[in-house]
Write a protein that binds this ligand. Structure first.
Ligand code: XIL
Length: 367
């Protein structure tokens, strides 16, 4: 193709994008390679000796999911969070049903508090999550909306939430757990009403709302090499091939000491995702222990944490963040979600370090 033909083609594509962008429900497939966002400003390194400081020496991010109520009510929680971590993730308050409780109502109070806390402390925010079948609100599920209306609702939700935090949330879990345990697309209101392309739409609209945010597909049980991780790989490979602006895959990692991926499998999975041009974040690491925990189980837990961070640091170009699903066992959701288990995090209920904390510190110090 000669230069003037190429120029004409570019003009035609740009015009097309501009025109379709005028319709708020119009799905605009991006062609070509999705522009990866410009690198975000790194978080502040913090105090020497802390996890966040040691992580910063590797260009690595270390984070925790945040219980919004604890952040407001427990000064020790807030202090420990900003001392040890460079990334925060809202555990619940940005989920659809919480932040968008009725079609015309958004509730940003707790989410704003978290984002403001992060900027006051030189930390980054991972947004979690725009779409998760368990947080599809009742008003959407029981609204008998047709396809056009559902697309409009999805578009408005994403444009409003991502748009509000534009430039302040560096990474978003756009779609969470869209695959079931057999690796098939999970039934939900969006799949039923819109079809599988709801996933492409969600990423496209998130990218339009904040072109510099890194956009993730996030799921569980797909950390090592397995049928589930193959399904995740195939899903995100398809997104990449269609030019959908996905930038990374989140590996949740809710594991136990007896059931977790091997370091070799984790490495192989990270490498194949990196081969698609994607980055990886470990997004929800917790290693739950049968109760009561004891010195032996706490040591075994520490080893799992250490293997995960060692694997990430060895692949740090691809594996850029390790986020735990909480900071202290005091506020962990594990005892509620997995009865009989607990003690899953790296600080005890008094915020004192457990062997797992020391293991992360050793790994970050090259020991
Ligand atoms: C969990 C929270 O920790 C709980 O407090 C809440 O009751 C349910 O959700 N995968 C995810 C997280 O992506 O959002 C979930 O968080 C845990 C599983």
């Amino acid at each position: 193709m000669n230069t003037s033909a190429r120029r004409t083609l570019v003009v035609v594509i740009l015009l097309g994008m501009l025109l379709s962008g005028c319709q708020s429900t119009g799905f605009i497939p991006l062609t070509g390679d999705p522009a990866l966002p410009t690198p975000h400003t790194p978080p502040q390194a913090g105090t020497p000796g802390t996890l966040r400081y040691l992580a910063s020496q590797h260009g690595f991010l270390i984070g925790a999911a945040v219980d919004a109520k604890a952040l407001q009510s427990d000064p020790k929680y807030a202090q420990t969070l900003s001392r040890e971590f460079s990334v925060v993730v809202p555990e619940n308050v940005m989920k659809f049903a919480e932040i968008h409780p009725s079609r015309q109502t958004y509730n940003f109070t707790a989410a704003d508090q978290l984002v403001n806390f992060a900027s006051a402390n030189g930390m980054l925010v991972r947004g979690h999550t725009l779409l998760w079948y368990r947080e599809d609100p009742a008003w959407v599920k029981s609204g008998n909306y047709n396809k056009t209306q559902l697309e409009q609702i999805l578009h408005d939700h994403i444009a409003t939430v991502v748009g509000r935090y534009k430039g302040r949330i560096f990474a978003w879990d756009v779609v969470n757990e869209a695959l079931d345990d057999n690796g098939n697309l999970r039934d939900n209101v969006w799949l039923r009403g819109i079809g599988p392309q709801y996933i492409d739409m969600a990423f496209t609209w998130a990218h339009q709302a904040d072109p510099n945010a890194l956009l993730f597909y996030n799921d569980y049980n797909g950390e090592g090499m397995s049928a589930k991780s193959n399904a995740i790989y195939n899903l995100v490979k398809g997104l990449r091939e269609r030019g959908v602006p996905i930038g990374g895959v989140g590996l949740q990692m809710h594991v136990t000491v007896t059931n977790h991926p091997s370091a070799d499998d984790l490495k192989a999975n990270i490498e194949r995702l990196a081969g698609l041009g994607l980055v990886v974040h470990i997004t929800e690491l917790e290693v739950r222990l049968p109760q009561p925990a004891n010195a032996i189980s706490l040591e075994a837990q520490a080893q799992v944490y250490k293997d995960v961070i060692d694997t990430c640091l060895a692949e740090v170009k691809a594996c850029q963040a390790l986020v735990m699903w909480g900071l202290s066992d005091k506020y962990s959701s594990v005892p509620r979600i997995y009865p009989g288990f607990g003690s899953a995090l790296i600080l005890d209920p008094s915020f004192d370090p457990k062997p797992a904390y020391n293991a992360l510190k050793d790994a970050l110090s090259g020991k």
